[in-house]
Design a protein around this ligand. Structure first.
Ligand code: NAG
Length: 182
């Protein structure tokens, strides 16, 4: 039976924040969108928070899992913007690990996307691949696990899509859960 229940915070679609609880197993799941640059609908400035600041506000510990996804909305910016942002996040992750050892940090990498005539004017898998290499290099050597969405979308027979189809997302969740309960 499904014991995880969404708590309706009346948040806008895609933006959140979202929350779900499983009171039987004492699990709380929270989601929030990252700070600028954003490419979804309007976000209240009070909800627009940088990942590094959010990490600094976390107590953390062995019962905390943090999952980060930092790529897509940077794909129309020069790599320097991405590097600068990742450096702040990396430092916040190091601080989190120092004060709360045992916190599990998982990062979801970039994925391939459908590049039709219009999208290919401002997006490119070649550029995404460079951002992804940057992401993996930036967190190398830290105790951080990777959900390699790039490999998972490249290897799958389903067509490439910015938002991968449910079968691939399911695979990513399986990898994530195998990290949480090895
Ligand atoms: C959440 O509540 C709002 C009203 O506060 C409602 O409009 C919306 O449909 C609800 N969402 C879900 C998923 O039940």
């Amino acid at each position: 039976t499904k014991q995880l229940k969404e708590f309706n915070l009346s948040s806008p679609k895609n933006v959140g924040p979202f929350m779900a609880v499983d009171t039987t197993h004492n699990i709380l799941v929270r989601y929030r969108c990252h700070g600028p640059p954003i490419r979804f609908s309007t976000v209240l400035s009070s909800e627009l928070r940088y990942i590094s600041n959010e990490l600094d506000g976390l107590a953390g510990g062995p019962n905390t899992v943090v999952v980060l996804s930092i790529w897509s909305h940077f794909s129309t910016f020069p790599v320097e913007v991405y590097i600068r942002r990742l450096r702040h996040i990396r430092r916040a992750v190091v601080r989190l690990m120092d004060r709360a050892p045992g916190t599990l940090v998982v990062i979801r990498s970039a994925n391939l996307q459908l590049l039709d005539q219009e999208v290919s004017l401002y997006n490119s898998d070649w550029f995404s691949l460079q951002l992804d290499a940057t992401l993996k290099a930036m967190f190398k050597g830290l105790n951080v696990l990777m959900v390699d969405a790039w490999q998972m979308t490249a290897a799958h027979h389903l067509p490439h899509a910015l938002h991968p189809p449910p079968a691939i997302v399911g695979n990513m969740i399986d990898v994530l859960l195998s990290y949480i309960c090895p």
